[in-house]
Design a binder for this molecule. Structure first.
Ligand SMILES: *[C@@H]1O[C@H](CO)[C@@H](O)[C@H](O)[C@H]1NC(C)=O
Ligand SMILES: *[C@@H]1O[C@H](CO)[C@@H](O)[C@H](O)[C@H]1NC(C)=O
Ligand SMILES: *[C@@H]1O[C@H](CO)[C@@H](O)[C@H](O)[C@H]1NC(C)=O
Ligand SMILES: *[C@@H]1O[C@H](CO)[C@@H](O)[C@H](O)[C@H]1NC(C)=O
Length: 514
């Protein structure tokens, strides 16, 4: 007895170490690493897998990998309970939905509110302990579909709207997110944790948010598939905002198919975000999964924007030109019509800092954030001014000396919707109309293809959708290929992205040598 008592702390340590292994052994009928939603649903159907086992598997992965990767800020203490509920419903043949997400654990970026035991903090200590009035619109839809909220994924603090000097993938609460493919390279952000976690099999699927590249970039760097939906296709209600003009919520997953199933679950009308009403006209009858077609490239007009490679990241992206060229062959073989050597003539202006994007976002952030904070049931901070004061007071915790909070303070200095905002937004409209829109319409394109996330701002300022799919590796670091389209282009983009993915299958799981 005495010996057992002395040993017991060690035993519990040992158990902790053994637990994930035990789980692996149990699941030798169905490898859970890299499992797709279809694999998992088949396991449920054939009674070789339960949601409880699945949650236990991902909790084991998080326990083992998160100390190295910092992808997850919190796990849901009720995840196992929700898993049992899902298993029970399935056994009783009364699942709440036929969704591919029934009984599936999903991680949400830490700026997507859930009315449960999880905090929603956008990576900031200022929001720790705040109580949200209700689930976000997308969380409501996920629960309706029967998904299990597994936890919150780390992110660049305030969706990269705190400081120009803060590293991508870093937040005070979540620490520095680590790229699982190469720890010396950024995981990119701001949906860093979602990208890292799904790449490293710490969840079945994840959600991110995108204002200007925050889904596309981490998807590119983590060999994930990211969908940045048309703005308004998915509800932004209950998501810590930057701008209702550009914010959009979308999936980050390991396959196009999984991402499309998640999109099907979250797209649609939410009366707490009126933009979803107008935008719902784009949602096809029967949803998006019908566009997962192997011959999806056939007859598509795909534009290739070489012009981008003259700009900015040119050296990095140039390395990928050879592979882009190889991918062009895939498009041809798939029966696509290629329109090559296109140039968005005003790309430099869009990427430059006088486009108006930053000006408009800074004005909008103050307005929308203040509205979000006011709606909270309780919160340590009630306004952007409070957040700035909190950061100054907790400067060590929030690393204010190291990184500052220059974006927060310039946003706070803005004076609301006035002539400056109108001029900025009107310039963005002009840039979008004379650039991307003109190019798409003039060449009758279904999609514009670019390497990596470089096209992000071009899509973001017009509220346009984009899908990114793994396309290659450089020093072991993944890079994606991005298909962008006009508002509502998701069906065509899905056809193209799926056919490309099926023809190439470039995603490899990360090495994870620890
Ligand atoms: C949420 O934050 C509080 C601190 O305010 C903490 O006690 C609690 O454990 C957090 N919730 C989860 C699920 O981690
Ligand atoms: C960009 O903004 C900075 C100040 O934030 C300014 O110094 C610089 O000249 C601007 N660059 C361009 C190309 O407008
Ligand atoms: C291009 O593809 C080859 C073969 O798949 C691969 O070895 C190489 O790393 C890729 N290069 C880039 C830049 O993606
Ligand atoms: C990681 O990336 C760095 C910088 O690109 C590179 O020098 C290094 O060789 C890479 N490491 C591996 C293991 O590929």
């Amino acid at each position: 007895m005495e010996l057992l008592r002395i040993l017991s702390p060690f035993l519990s340590q040992l158990l902790l170490i053994l637990l994930p292994q035990v789980s692996f052994a149990e699941f030798n009928t169905l490898p859970l690493k890299e499992a797709t939603l279809a694999d998992l649903q088949l396991g449920f159907k054939q009674n070789t897998l339960t949601s409880r086992q699945l949650v236990e598997f991902y909790l084991g992965q998080i326990q083992r990998l998160n100390p190295h990767l910092n992808a997850v800020t919190e796990v849901n203490p009720d995840a196992l309970y929700e898993a049992d509920k899902a298993d029970h419903e399935r056994r009783a043949k009364a699942p709440v939905s036929n969704s591919m997400l029934h009984g599936i654990p999903i991680l949400l970026k830490d700026n997507i509110a859930t009315k449960d035991k999880l905090n929603t903090t956008a990576g900031s200590f200022a929001l720790l302990g705040s109580i949200v009035p209700r689930d976000s619109g997308v969380a409501t839809k996920l629960r309706k579909a029967g998904a299990i909220i597994l936890g919150k994924a780390s992110m660049t603090e305030w969706a990269a709207f705190k400081s120009n000097n803060a590293p991508n993938g870093w937040s005070a609460r979540g620490g520095q997110g680590v790229n699982p493919y190469n720890s010396s390279v950024t995981p990119c952000g701001s949906s860093s944790g979602s990208g890292i976690a799904v790449a490293a099999n710490m969840a079945a699927v994840t959600l991110g948010t995108d204002t200007s590249g925050s889904i596309l970039c981490p998807s590119s760097f983590n060999a994930a598939v990211g969908i940045r939906p048309t703005v308004g296709l998915t509800s932004r209600a209950g998501v810590v905002p930057i701008s209702s003009r550009q914010d959009t919520i979308g999936p980050i997953c390991r396959t196009v198919t999984d991402a499309v199933h998640v999109l099907d679950a979250i797209a649609g009308i939410d009366h707490d975000d009126i933009a979803t009403i107008e935008t719902s006209k784009y949602i096809p009858k029967g949803g998006y999964a019908q566009f997962l077609k192997r011959d999806g490239l056939k007859g598509k007009r795909i534009g290739i924007a070489r012009g981008f490679f003259d700009f900015g990241d040119a050296l990095f992206l140039l390395k990928h030109l050879s592979n882009i060229s190889r991918h062009i062959l895939i498009f041809r073989q798939g029966g696509a019509v290629l329109v090559d050597h296109l140039k968005i003539t005003n790309a430099l202006e869009i990427f430059g800092n006088s486009s108006g994007e930053r000006t408009a976002l800074e004005i909008e952030f103050k307005i929308y954030l203040n509205a979000y904070l006011k709606e909270l049931v309780s919160s340590p901070v009630r306004s952007l001014a409070d957040v700035i004061a909190f950061n100054n007071k907790n400067s060590k915790l929030e690393k204010i000396k190291e990184y500052g909070q220059d974006i927060l303070t310039s946003s706070q200095a803005t004076k609301g919707i006035g002539n400056e905002w109108k001029a900025a937004v009107s310039n963005l409209g002009r840039l979008s109309k004379n650039g991307f829109e003109k190019l798409m319409k003039k060449n009758k394109l279904d999609a514009l293809v670019t390497a990596g996330e470089i096209v992000s701002s071009v899509l973001a300022i017009g509220g346009f959708p984009g899908i990114i799919v793994p396309a290659g590796y450089e020093d072991g670091v993944p890079i994606g290929i991005c298909f962008g389209g006009l508002r509502g282009a998701e069906p065509k983009l899905i056809e193209i992205a799926y056919a490309f993915e099926q023809a190439t299958k470039i995603r490899n799981p990360p090495p994870l040598n620890f």
